[in-house]
Design a protein around this ligand. Structure first.
Ligand SMILES: NC(=O)C1=CN([C@@H]2O[C@H](COP(=O)(O)OP(=O)(O)OC[C@H]3O[C@@H](n4cnc5c(N)ncnc54)[C@H](OP(=O)(O)O)[C@@H]3O)[C@@H](O)[C@H]2O)C=CC1
Ligand SMILES: O=C1O[C@H](COP(=O)(O)O)[C@@H](O)[C@H](O)[C@H]1O
Length: 498
């Protein structure tokens, strides 16, 4: 691409918020240090509070000191911080947008930026819609260059609310200008799934129901809800993690090779997977295939922790799930009969994200006739380490002649020896380049809601599926174990687990 195409002004709503502090400023700093930020690039940070430029600089410095993967070097800091400008704006005040429009225009003239504008909504979802309309009203979208919108999660609370939001936003921005963030798609090893699958002749032939017995996807967290109780208690793990991150991982694993390595072709294939996922409609199906749980007080890493209902801003009688496990079936030629087991939860024993592919057993067990030969596993480790591990059987050295499960390991972190870029760095750079491959298109979001909505509705009925409990520090309720055991599987030990 032409380098001028990347020159841009980033208009950042929510510049004084938690996301900006923990993720966005550090991501911008890394992009700057790695030479990915265009030479003409300005950030207009917006917040409700009154801040001087100096205050804003301090705020950004604090953010980098706490969260950046690079140390602040004076020679980088100067070049970086001069791109930042703070403007106080109340999202509900039309006159503030007029002031913003004139500020941005003058800045673009001064910095010779040709009108490319990137609007990032790092604000509460209830504000997404008013902001987009005000941007239009104030003429901020009438620009000579491109305009793009980055929108944070959650995108809706149900299919209906997501559709309403989408209808509103698409009155102002075209679909190809909208970048819906799912930060899991920015993770190194999730992007690597395509390369593992489509650049290796020995994986692709095995990637189907003839050779694969089941696939497990885990995203476990040790943290509780922390200071996000008021958000989380209305949302729960199914909306917070499954509707987006977990289903996106399933699509990356299950999709067909795209016709071209282009955003639309890849997203078309992911959509086909979402369409093929068997919908659970009846209460019985949901009860059989989905487990929900909530943590009680327990012990984690040697320390006592409180239960979910004792957390700040959580209702005393809350029935919000902090854990979900589910069996997902993808009804197509490639995957018929292969269960995809997903689980995610808070206050679990370790923080880990990984995908484990369990291959079918050999048709005849010459070696262990009792059937105890370990199955071949391919482990895609996404967090804490980034790596791929292939587990297979080999002869135990010596005369005994017994069999030993061994592992061939590729550990990305230690092999490459770098501090791998964070998801937000890749995603911000992609938006600047106009590449929407790792953002969710509306039809993906819509289908994902259609998969989870009936489950939510069933849970909301008082006679619906019971909410199980688990002690903080355990791998969810016992029903999560039983979900696999009834199919003859078990959860494999997560890498991060001690
Ligand atoms: N924090 C996180 O780790 C994650 C957050 N997200 C999403 O990112 C978005 C932002 O979250 P987060 O940063 O945590 O939220 P915060 O509550 O920390 O920040 C909210 C921001 O919105 C601004 N704001 C609120 N009301 C107004 C208003 N009327 N006019 C102008 N600005 C206003 C605040 O400005 P001020 O403080 O000056 O009032 C602040 O900058 C949400 O959609 C969230 O779901 C997604 C994934 C992770
Ligand atoms: O989107 C979210 O993701 C985080 C987990 O992300 P990870 O990159 O640390 O795995 C989760 O804590 C949060 O509740 C959810 O909103």
């Amino acid at each position: 691409m032409n380098k001028e195409d990347k020159y841009a002004t980033l208009v950042l709503f929510g510049a004084t918020g938690d996301l900006a502090k923990r993720k966005l400023f550090p991501a911008l700093y890394s992009l700057y240090c790695d030479g990915y930020l265009p030479e003409r690039f300005a950030v207009v940070g917006l917040g409700r509070r009154s801040l001087t430029q100096e205050d804003f600089y301090h705020h950004i410095k604090d953010s980098l000191e706490a969260f950046s993967r690079y140390d602040i070097r004076p020679e980088d800091w100067e070049g970086f911080i001069q791109r930042f400008h703070y403007v106080q704006l109340d999202i509900n005040q039309a006159s503030d947008y007029e002031a913003l429009a004139s500020y941005v225009e003058k800045l673009e003239q001064r910095q010779e930026i040709n009108g490319n504008r990137l609007f990032y909504l790092a604000i509460a979802p209830g504000l997404f819609e008013p902001v987009t309309f005000q941007l239009k009203e104030a003429g901020l979208l009438q620009t000579k260059g491109w305009k793009r919108l980055i929108i944070e999660k959650p995108f809706g609370h149900s299919h209906e609310s997501a559709e309403e939001l989408n209808d509103k936003i698409t009155q102002v921005f075209k679909e190809e200008e909208i970048y819906r963030i799912d930060h899991y798609l920015g993770k190194e090893m999730i992007q690597n799934i395509q390369v593992i699958r489509f650049a290796n002749s020995f994986f692709e032939p095995l990637w189907n129901n003839q050779y694969i017995a089941s696939i497990q996807l885990t995203s476990s967290e040790t943290v509780g809800v922390e200071n996000r109780g008021s958000y989380y208690d209305k949302v729960g793990a199914l909306r917070d993690m499954v509707q987006n991150h977990m289903l996106q991982m399933v699509t990356m694993m299950a999709m067909e090779p795209p016709s071209r390595l282009k955003a639309e072709a890849i997203r078309d294939e992911k959509v086909k997977v979402l369409r093929s996922i068997r919908r659970m409609e009846t209460e019985q199906e949901i009860q059989e295939h989905v487990v929900r749980g909530q943590y009680e007080a327990g012990e984690l890493q040697g320390e006592g922790v409180k239960g979910y209902r004792e957390e700040q801003n959580v209702a005393e009688d809350s029935s919000t799930e902090t854990f979900v496990a589910a069996k997902i079936m993808v009804d197509n030629f490639r995957w018929a009969g292969v269960p995809f087991y997903i689980r995610t939860g808070k206050r679990l024993p370790s923080k880990a994200t990984e995908i484990i592919i369990q291959f079918k057993s050999m048709p005849y067990l010459y070696f262990n006739k009792d059937g105890n030969l370990a199955p071949n596993l391919l482990v895609i480790q996404i967090f804490p380490e980034e790596g791929i591990h292939l587990k297979f059987n080999a002869k135990k050295p010596g005369t005994e002649g017994s069999i030993l499960p061994i592992s061939m390991d590729f550990c990305h972190d230690s092999t490459v020896g770098i501090n791998s870029p964070e998801a937000y760095e890749r995603l911000l750079n992609d938006v600047l380049e106009g590449d929407s491959t790792y953002f969710t298109r509306w039809d993906e979001v819509s289908l994902a809601w259609k998969i989870v909505d009936p489950i939510i509705q069933s849970w909301e009925k008082s006679e619906g599926i019971p909410l199980s409990t688990y002690k903080a520090g355990q791998w969810g309720p016992t029903e999560a174990k039983e979900l696999l055991e009834k199919d003859g599987f078990h959860w494999w030990q997560v890498f991060g687990e001690k």
